[in-house]
Design a protein around this ligand. Sequence first.
Ligand SMILES: NC(=O)c1ccc[n+]([C@@H]2O[C@H](COP(=O)([O-])OP(=O)(O)OC[C@H]3O[C@@H](n4cnc5c(N)ncnc54)[C@H](OP(=O)(O)O)[C@@H]3O)[C@@H](O)[C@H]2O)c1
Length: 290
Amino acid sequence: MSKLITVFGATGNQGGSVIRTILNDAKLSKEFRVKAVTRDVNKPIALDLAGQGVEVVKGDMSSPEDMSTVISGSHTVFLVTNFWESQSAAPEIIQGKIVTDASEATNGRLVHITHFDGKAEVERYIKSSGLSATFVMLGIFTTQLFDLIRKQDDGTFVLATPTSTSAPAPFIDPRTDTGNFVRAAILNQPETGTRTIHASSQYYTFDEIALHFQSATGNSINVFSVPGELFKSFLIPSLSPEMAEEVYENLMLLEDPGYYAGADINPSLNLLSESPMGLQEFFRRNKDQW
Ligand SMILES: NC(=O)c1ccc[n+]([C@@H]2O[C@H](COP(=O)([O-])OP(=O)(O)OC[C@H]3O[C@@H](n4cnc5c(N)ncnc54)[C@H](OP(=O)(O)O)[C@@H]3O)[C@@H](O)[C@H]2O)c1
């Protein structure tokens, strides 16, 4: 009988990519049946998944009762916690712990997406539980570049950063490539202990981001390093001051200690069966967005 993979965030970027990859993978589609978790089984994306033969179940990560039922029988769990809905680490930590406890109770295995404080605490909690787990650490979403690269009144474009323009930033296209990295995680899941996968196509400096943008879209772009307060003032119209500070600090850590604390991405890339999409291709596919 096929093994059950339970996918959180199934209606979102990352979980959606994981499900598409499994359904389209000759080996994994035979080995696994997919259970998609959503709080609303009647939303269009959930109905679409059900139409593709995916078992779609209602479950809220904040509910231990829901999670013990949802995770029961799972061989593998893909967990992605959601920071942006609450814009606070506390609910993420609670949700991550609830899902870990439910998985432990069923002797499940975990594949977990993690970055930054709340996710780091969940990572420590999973490690202390003794479950075998792979932490798939997504880089910066390429889609962030829709906000970071801005059109000026004269038709040229600007990429401003509070870091130096040579700071290295790892990027991933979450809808295209989360599944690609999670497939590698499933195929290389440790029997015991944990593994970390750095899910990014490569590190790009801000100067390199601009070069790819220019050559793929034909648009002229200038890159600037700007003082922190000025950078945050660019964000305030669309973000609260607290979230502007969060985005600012996320960028500042690119220089020190580094997004993955400077870890080499190549061992993770070597696990993949297909190359992830780089920025040149991302800009080429999305040039109409700017
Ligand atoms: N932006 C970046 O550069 C970046 C980089 C790395 C990691 N991240 C992290 O990625 C995460 C977001 O992932 P994403 O973009 O894949 O998500 P997304 O597209 O925003 O979708 C969120 C998903 O989470 C589910 N969800 C939210 N709260 C839930 C709950 N209480 N119980 C069950 N399901 C719940 C939603 O399901 P329903 O609504 O259907 O219930 C939905 O499928 C954030 O934690 C963020 O910090 C972001």
